[in-house]
Structure formats: C-alpha cells, structure tokens
Design a protein around this ligand. Structure first.
Ligand SMILES: Cc1cc2nc3c(=O)[nH]c(=O)nc-3n(C[C@H](O)[C@H](O)[C@H](O)COP(=O)(O)O)c2cc1C
Length: 185
C-alpha cells in the first residue's frame, strides 16, 4: 500500500478508461473514506448515488441530445462520447444536501469537496482511477430526475467516474509552491 504522501502525489484525474469493472471492495472503501471527511457542525452533507446501467444509458442519451443541440453529433463524436460515458467501470454521483443559509451552503460544499478528495485518494491507493466531472449534464433537470435526486433537497457536486485508466495520464505542470505560499511576520 503506498504512503498517504505518495497517494496524494500520484492521484490523477483520469479521462480515458478501459471498459472493465471496478472491484466492489475498492468502491466500498472509497465510499467509507468519503464518509470520513470533516464537516462543520456535523451536518454530514454528502450523498452518493451509485448509477446503474439503465440510468447510465439514459444519461448518455441525454448528453448526446445536449451536445448535439446546435448541430447533430457525427458518428465519430457520438462514439467518443459513448466511450467517455460508458467505459468507466462505475459512475457515482456526489451531491450535497442544500441549505437556505448561505454560510452553511458554503461550508457544506467544502465538506463534500473533502469527501470527494478522500474518495479519489482511496481509489488511487487501490490502483483505481477517477475523475470529478462538472459538465453541463451535472446541472441538467433531466439528469436530476433520472438519478432520483430532488434539486430542492440536494445539489449535484460532481459526477465521479471510476475505473482503470486506458493510457498513462501525465501530471499537469504545477506552478512552484513558493508562488502560492506567503509568510507574515
Ligand atoms: C471542482 C472540480 C471540477 C472539475 N470538473 C472537471 C470536469 O468537468 N472535467 C474534467 O475533465 N475535469 C474536471 N476536474 C478535474 C480537473 O480538471 C483536474 O483536477 C486538473 O486538470 C488537474 O489534474 P489532476 O487532477 O490530475 O491533478 C474538476 C476538478 C475539480 C476540483
């Protein structure tokens, strides 16, 4: 098992997946890691929706419709979109219980982000890739409906794609840490 530091350093956003299943133990461990995230006032604001094959096909069909709204997708574009949405071994939707209090909403969003990072680090440690996606479909009313998420109760924070990378994903070039750290007297 890699160290926590190694896991943090080597976690990558994975864009291209091999069409193979993900071991259930890895998903379960990742969900448990997510559930260990901190949350202010113990609001436990994260919810996870495990998306089954029928809902996933429906999400794919919705995305074809959304992306083809201006000009219909050509077969190559449609095939690429199918790979993107159907190849990852699993799709889990992370959502946040909403609040009328803007401060609570902000802090709970931060807590859900911590949960998503724990989720992704746990998968990395288990040799499984993931991606936090926030494209247009994640905000679409039809996506909420087919996932059974009531937007008056929860907001979707991300689609978490999970699976085995089909190619190496190099790390982005990061600016030096010194440009992001200041020290006061
Ligand atoms: C809030 C949030 C939203 C993101 N949404 C997307 C997305 O919609 N599509 C995507 O390809 N990557 C998305 N990412 C992943 C970032 O693009 C990725 O973290 C960044 O390119 C750095 O790569 P790394 O994760 O491998 O370090 C998102 C990341 C965060 C934190």
């Amino acid at each position: 098992m890699p160290s926590i530091h190694e896991t943090i350093r080597t976690r990558r956003t994975i864009h291209d997946y091999a069409p193979v299943p993900v071991p259930e133990e890895a998903i379960q461990r990742a969900l448990e890691a997510a559930h260990c995230a901190p949350c202010h006032k113990t609001t436990w604001p994260w919810r996870f929706t495990r998306v089954g094959p029928r809902a996933r096909e429906a999400l794919f069909a919705l995305n074809v419709r959304l992306k083809g709204a201006k000009a219909p997708l050509d077969p190559r574009q449609a095939a690429k979109l199918r790979e993107k949405m159907m190849d990852p071994g699993a799709l889990i939707v992370a959502s946040q219980v909403v609040s009328a209090d803007p401060e609570r909403l902000r802090e709970d969003y931060a807590a859900v982000a911590c949960a998503i990072q724990n989720f992704s680090l746990s998968l990395t440690a288990d040799g499984v890739g993931s991606k936090w996606g926030t494209g247009g479909i994640t905000r679409h009313a039809e996506a909420y409906a087919l996932l059974g998420i009531d937007p008056a109760v929860e907001q979707i924070v991300g689609f978490l794609w999970v699976g085995q990378p089909s190619r190496p994903h190099p790390a982005p070039v990061r600016p030096p840490l010194s440009a992001h750290v200041r020290t006061t007297d």
